[in-house]
Design a protein around this ligand. Structure first.
Ligand code: FES
Length: 58
């Protein structure tokens, strides 16, 4: 479980992203953006979202 905040604009934690990946099988940043909004405002969190996708859901 990792409550580290990834997206400050949407207040989305790493856990919310990994949960979404394991529950819904998201594989791209665009899917995460559409599903939970993270990465759609300033874009600063996109590299982190990409690395979470690359390491897979825990
Ligand atoms: S920190 Fe995620 S869009 Fe700004």
């Amino acid at each position: 479980m990792d409550d580290t905040q990834v997206c400050r604009c949407y207040n989305v934690s790493k856990k919310e992203i990994t949960d979404a990946i394991s529950a819904c099988g998201y594989a791209t940043v665009a899917e995460i953006q559409d599903a939970i909004g993270a990465g759609t405002i300033c874009g600063r969190c996109i590299p982190e979202i990409r690395s979470i996708l690359a390491s897979g859901a825990q």
